[in-house]
Write a protein that binds this ligand. Structure first.
Ligand SMILES: Nc1ncnc2c1ncn2[C@@H]1O[C@H](COP(=O)(O)OP(=O)(O)OP(=O)(O)O)[C@@H](O)[C@H]1O
Length: 453
């Protein structure tokens, strides 16, 4: 009887573990997965390293010593484990390389290590001379994105997504001032942009938006926007006003430099961050949604307007950083087919995020000038994973990410909560969004379906 109870309990437990593993992989990892993985990695370590060619043969000294003392010949040795640390999503293994080993050997072997240790993914990097860190992911963290509860926030650095190795992916405006966010329709660009706005809303920053889809994406967030344009004519005016603001900021920096130059030992600043608190203008993040709407034209008047827009954008991305103006451009495609000036503009957008694209040519618009591997990774984003993207920068480094699903309601709530932080920008007050008095808004009657005869 007690044997039967034991059997039934064991079967139920195994079934519960399997269900947990498939339905709630994050919980499974925190309960059983991490223990199983620690045991697996510790036991298999030496044989896996050997099979992956990551061991070194015994030194002559050890061989001689074994001969002299009449002991069996020593075996090849794997790198020494300095530390094995469980994390919320995987394990971190810190290894001391043996003489003659190279960080590149580990990078080239990550795929073999991944399946030998039965992990979801492994990345490797040399953290200091001779020390390698292997970051192992225990489950597919991008299947259902859960951002960690504790996130490092500082300066103009906002968490936008989760990386495939379980780390948070940040958009750091001071590090990478301008960025391009590409993707086919329904690939997740707007959700990414919403997440950005939601995270920027509590910061001391002015948000400026251009959304020529009649403002459907950005207008609901208007309470946190200092300026908004929802058509190409307003966009041209707004961009030129921003360029004028940038020139004014340069005058302030230049003036401050003259004063500092006369002060012995004083620091001399070349951007807004070194200005005294009272003089420093609020940084501005400009979000441009569906950029093609600004670049296309059919009449000569529209062509002139396009030239004004592209010229202003190029000036902002070339010179805006020091004046604290950061540009985030979003679109389905962004290549030479959109006309003159686009490739020059793209070259200055050093941050790149590409969601799923329809063809390789679009992937090349994001990463062709940065990394061929990132182009390939972009073309492999599955259609059933909206919000998944490849993020890279001009250093050639790239990583797969996925944004948490942020609803428009969540973004609107964040913007409304922090509406009091919306600064008025000199020179751009004409573009301050007009918020309708809800009591005066007449809701149009829905199109009625004809009554049955
Ligand atoms: N991070 C995400 N996680 C889960 N689902 C997502 C995510 N991002 C987007 N989606 C799903 O994909 C749909 C389309 O996303 P989104 O509106 O952001 O696409 P888009 O690229 O902006 O499309 P369009 O160019 O047509 O406006 C969303 O309604 C949502 O259902």
């Amino acid at each position: 009887m007690s044997g039967n109870v034991l059997l039934i309990t064991s079967v139920l437990l195994v079934a519960a573990v399997l269900v947990l593993r498939s339905k709630r992989p994050a919980w499974y990892w925190m309960t059983f997965g991490v223990v199983f993985a620690m045991v697996r990695v510790s036991f298999r370590y030496a044989s896996v390293m050997d099979a992956c060619g990551l061991t070194v043969p015994p030194s002559r000294l050890r061989l001689t010593w074994a001969r002299v003392t009449n002991r069996p010949a020593p075996e090849s040795r794997p790198p020494r484990i300095l530390r094995i640390r469980p994390t919320r999503t995987g394990l971190v293994l810190r290894l001391k390389m043996r003489p003659g080993q190279d960080a590149f050997d580990f990078m080239a072997s990550t795929d073999r290590l991944r399946h030998s240790f039965a992990m979801q993914g492994i990345t490797s990097r040399e953290i200091k001379s001779g020390v390698i860190e292997l970051r192992m992911t225990g489950y597919d963290v991008l299947k259902r994105v859960q951002m960690p509860a504790k996130i490092d926030r500082e300066g103009l650095r906002v968490p936008v997504a989760l990386r495939e190795d379980g780390e948070v992916h940040y958009r750091d405006y001071q590090e990478v001032p301008h960025a391009l966010n590409l993707g086919a329709t329904k690939s997740g660009k707007s959700v990414y942009q919403r997440q950005l706005v939601k995270e920027l809303a509590p910061l001391n920053v002015a948000l400026v938006g251009i959304d020529c889809k009649e403002g459907v994406e950005l207008a609901p967030l208007a309470r946190r926007f200092s300026a908004l344009a929802d058509n190409p004519d307003d966009a041209a005016e707004l961009l030129e006003a921003l360029v004028a603001r940038m020139a004014d900021t340069y005058h302030v920096i230049r003036h401050e430099q003259r004063i500092s130059a006369d002060t012995p030992d004083g620091e001399i600043t070349a951007d807004i961050w070194g200005l005294p608190d009272g003089l420093r203008p609020v940084p501005v993040v400009l979000l441009v949604d569906e950029v093609a709407e600004l670049a296309l034209f059919s009449t000569s008047a529209e062509k002139k307007r396009r030239e004004r827009i592209i010229t202003a954008l190029v000036r902002l991305v070339q010179l805006g950083r020091a004046a604290g103006i950061y540009v985030e451009i979003c679109g389905q495609r962004f290549g030479a087919e959109l006309g003159d000036g686009i490739t020059m503009l793209r070259a200055q957008l050093t941050g790149r995020v590409s969601h799923r694209v329809n063809d390789e040519a679009s992937a090349k618009m994001a990463f062709g000038d940065i990394s061929p591997d990132a182009v390939l990774a972009t073309t492999q984003i599955p259609i059933e994973r909206p919000g998944m993207a490849v993020a890279g920068d001009s250093s050639g480094g790239w990583v797969r990410i996925r944004t948490p699903f942020t609803t428009l309601r969540q973004a609107v709530t964040a913007c409304n909560t922090h509406a009091h932080r919306t600064p008025a920008l000199d020179g751009l007050t004409a573009f301050r969004p007009v918020l309708p008095d809800v009591s005066l808004v007449k809701v149009p009657a829905p199109a009625s379906t004809p009554a049955p005869a």
